[in-house]
Design a protein around this ligand. Structure first.
Ligand code: ADP
Ligand code: ZN
Ligand code: ZN
Length: 801
């Protein structure tokens, strides 16, 4: 088949190409060698989609690299050039660069994912491309994406400028006048004067005006509300901290193999200002910039700051863009029309022209870890990209991750320098807010049943009196109201998923958030609904929703105080988030009540009070990163207070005032928490002291799932034992001070053992940080083989266990 006749097959190859065939399977790890026929040599470039034969079928592939001789292509040494199949056709212009191709292959290996799946991240947005066959037997690439939109611009020609239309031709005179200041779109003309088309036509024929079709970029003016507090001004003087951060970035720019700078700066210390200045210099050198911000803080306010500095050169990516808008922003970057990209984690994969800096704001945010395959972490991919582009990676955070701090302490990671710069003061001398911890145990003992402790109540009344603004956080991440039996402690669970059911008060229903099953609660809270385990009538609702806090606030506050609730429900819709912020901005005296989404990025100088309704929801999550997340959340929300002239106050309500997180926040001393956290993590062998890899197997038959996960565990343990020279397995992990070789924990049923009627088992590998765990898992999976009906999910450096 290799030398089968066909288009191009009989030509002598001009060179050879490494082609990734678009088949999403993990076992297909390597690109294949194909010959480039002389007839296609000119059009074939790295990044082009091509038509090839794979097996006996036509298939879609992408060119990753070229070599003049077969022996120079990786993995192709020893192949017979005569048996290498030719590329049949070149289907597109280049879609990605050679650096992108290398990064995609790196990701596939690092995250044990299919290379084609990783490469797709770099392709134009708008759904996976498909091959489409025409009647004449030729093929074309079909993309489900919305097509490009064009706009017709009308302008005066050079000769036309002096033309005098006849006196009776009113429309033509109006058109001439409208165009005298510059080009106008046909749409605007027709909106201003009804039906301008005949006049345009007539003058176009005479050569007075010209009509040009130009590409319109959708999404560019999207969501930019006029906020009174959005400040565009460039500060006159940078603080000392800002100057040393910029100097560190300049040094990093001079390192050919890339370098990482961590800006460890309290909220409001001017990190964003540092990003803006650094980007200015990168743009001046002709390169482009990528700025990642967590989806949650990708607000109009953030985007506005970049737009006010760089104008239309800014492309924006967030999940609320339509497919067409997304494609347009992507094309803007590829065309070089936008050289600054601000976006959520996927903005990393834009077709940058000569990337000169990558910035990740709020580096510690969990949203940088992708929750579906390929399960990459944007920080790690960005570091790899910075290395290959030879540019700096700038990380910013007020609460850096334990991983980033550990790498900076060591000074390097994976042969790249890591440097930390501290920014401790706020420009203009704004003082840190005063933190009050309200002990809810004492409130309860005093007989108070209110959601608001005495200190928080008094502070809210003060805000109302002084006509200021307050922000109230009601964090509910990972927490939902549930029913609990007061007599036996039983919590109703889903019969398919074994998870606690969420209670919905309005509809009197219990709902499973894993599979969506809805259970009716009979006439709750009458005795008709009884505990499924002991039959007790005392089912009580646990957990207070944002809506209930809102109701309580409305009862408490005078009618002229605006209460604005911001949560997943109230921000639905394209600009829901921005609209609520505008309301808050416009109000004279207001309380903004919200979930964790209000903790980040808001900059309203009139906010003088920040309250945390119950900090314990964050502290008590079953995860080794719970402390880090809770500390980040409280620190961030505290940073919303006192950003203007007036001093700020923060009140944290909790049943756990002695927790190191609470003590650290209250004392403005991060080390109280980080010292404790480092000790806990090194004792219990958690990252950054070890690396973790998580493997989840699921399927319909419990026994089959269990057998498969055990086979994977055995393959891993066998490999680890062989590496250790046949030594006995390590004792229980808990007894080890330092991990010297990888260990397998489990396999065991997952916490949620059954979801959507599939059984789930998992195993966890802990290994020394430098151990090549990805390769070990890939080898074990290859050894065990795939099984129909079973799915295996690999998560390297997992977040949710
Ligand atoms: P961060 O990103 O660290 O939270 P920002 O960059 O948002 O901090 O800065 C906080 C506030 O201080 C903003 O209103 C910003 O305009 C202002 N600011 C930043 N740098 C300076 C400076 N050098 N001089 C005066 N004001 C500044
Ligand atoms: Zn009970
Ligand atoms: Zn369920």
């Amino acid at each position: 088949d290799a030398a089968a006749p066909g288009s191009g097959a009989t030509d002598a190859p001009a060179c050879f190409a490494s082609v990734l065939v678009d088949i999403p399977t993990r076992s297909l790890t390597e690109p294949f060698a194909y010959a480039v026929p002389a007839a296609l040599a000119e059009r074939a470039q790295v990044g082009c989609a091509v038509l090839v034969r794979f097996g006996n079928r036509p298939a879609l592939g992408y060119i990753l690299a070229f070599a003049p001789a077969l022996s120079e292509l990786p993995g192709a040494a020893g192949l017979d050039p005569a048996r290498v199949k030719p590329i049949r056709d070149v289907l597109t212009e280049p879609l990605f660069s050679s650096v992108s191709a290398q990064v995609a292959l790196w990701m596939a290996r690092e995250y044990v994912a299919a290379p084609a799946e990783c490469l797709r991240l770099f392709l134009p947005p708008g759904g996976s491309p498909r091959l489409c066959r025409h009647d004449d037997g030729s093929y074309e690439l079909e993309r489900p994406a919305a097509h490009a939109v064009t706009v017709r611009w009308v302008s005066l020609t050079t000769e036309g400028a002096s033309y005098e239309p006849p006196a009776r031709a009113t429309r033509q005179r109006q058109l001439m006048q409208a165009l005298s200041a510059g080009p106008v779109t046909t749409r605007e003309l027709n909106a201003l004067y009804t039906d301008m088309s005949p006049a345009i036509c007539a003058l176009e024929k005479r050569g007075v005006v010209q009509v040009e079709e130009r590409r319109a970029w959708r999404g560019i003016a999207e969501g930019e509300p006029r906020l009174s507090s959005a400040r565009a001004a460039v500060p006159e003087r940078l603080t000392d901290g800002q100057q040393s951060a910029l100097a560190a970035i300049e040094r990093a720019r001079a390192v050919p193999e890339g370098a990482v700078v961590l800006i460890d700066g309290v909220t409001g210390s001017g990190k964003t200002e540092v990003y803006l200045s650094a980007i200015e210099r990168v743009l001046a050198s002709g390169r482009s910039a990528c700025v990642l911000v967590p989806e949650i803080s990708l607000t109009a306010q953030t985007v506005g700051r970049f737009r006010s500095r760089f104008g239309d050169a800014v492309a924006v990516f967030h999940s609320r863009l339509s497919a067409g808008e997304r494609l347009d922003q992507w094309d803007m970057v590829r065309a070089g029309a936008a050289r600054v990209v601000v976006g959520a984690r996927s903005a990393l994969f834009c077709p940058y022209r000569d990337l000169g800096i990558i910035i990740i704001d709020e580096e510690h945010e969990q949203s940088y870890k992708q929750g579906s395959t390929p399960r990459y972490h944007a920080r790690e991919v960005a570091a790899e990209m910075a290395r290959r582009h030879g540019c700096p990676l700038v990380l910013g955070s007020a609460t850096p991750s334990a991983e980033a701090l550990a790498r900076c302490r060591r000074g390097s990671f994976r042969d790249m320098p890591w440097e930390r710069v501290e920014m401790r003061e706020r420009p203009g001398g704004a003082v840190l807010p005063r933190i009050v911890v309200a002990d809810l145990r004492r409130e309860f003992a005093r007989g108070s049943r209110s959601m608001f402790s005495k200190p928080l109540y008094d502070a809210l009344m003060g805000v109302v009196e002084r006509r200021e603004k307050a922000v109230l956080l009601h964090n509910r991440r990972g927490f939902a109201p549930f029913l609990m039996c007061r007599e036996c402690g039983c919590v109703p669970t889903c019969e398919h998923c074994s998870t606690a059911l969420t209670y919905h008060e309005r509809t009197h229903t219990l709902e499973c958030h894993t599979c969506g099953t809805v259970y009716r609660v009979q006439a709750y809270p009458s005795p008709a609904s009884r505990c499924p385990q002991c039959g007790s009538p005392y089912l009580a609702k646990m957990g207070v929703g944002t809506q209930q806090v809102e109701d309580a606030l409305i009862d408490l506050l005078p009618k002229d105080v605006a209460v604005i609730r911001m949560d997943a429900d109230s921000t639905r819709g394209k600009d829901g988030h921005a609209r609520l912020l505008e309301q808050f901005d416009a109000a004279e005296c207001a309380v903004l009540l919200g979930t964790q989404m209000i903790a980040k990025g808001l900059d309203f100088p009139e906010v003088t009070l920040v309250g945390v309704v119950n900090a314990d929801y964050a502290l008590k999550m079953p995860d080794f990163r719970a402390g880090e997340r809770a500390y980040d959340l409280l620190e961030q929300v505290a940073g919303r207070a006192g950003r203007g002239e007036r001093p700020g106050q923060v009140i944290i309500q909790t049943y756990l005032p002695g927790d190191p997180v609470i003590r650290a926040v209250a004392a403005h001393d991060r080390s109280i928490f980080t010292d404790h956290d480092r000790r806990v993590r090194s004792d219990a062998l958690y990252p950054p002291y070890v690396r973790l890899a998580h493997v989840v197997v699921s399927g319909k038959e419990r026994a089959e799932v269990e057998r498969h996960v055990r086979a994977i565990a055995a393959a891993l343990e066998g490999a680890f034992a062989r590496e250790a020279g046949g030594m006995a397995p390590e004792p229980a992990v808990a007894q080890l001070a330092v991990l010297t070789r990888p260990v397998v924990l489990g396999p065991a049923p997952c916490v949620i053992e059954r979801a959507k009627d599939r059984y789930r088992f998992h195993l966890l590998v802990k290994c020394p940080t430098a151990y090549p765990i990805s390769d070990a898992i890939a080898a074990a999976l290859a050894e065990v083989g795939e099984r129909r009906g079973l799915s295996v999910v690999v998560d390297i450096d997992p977040y949710d266990l």
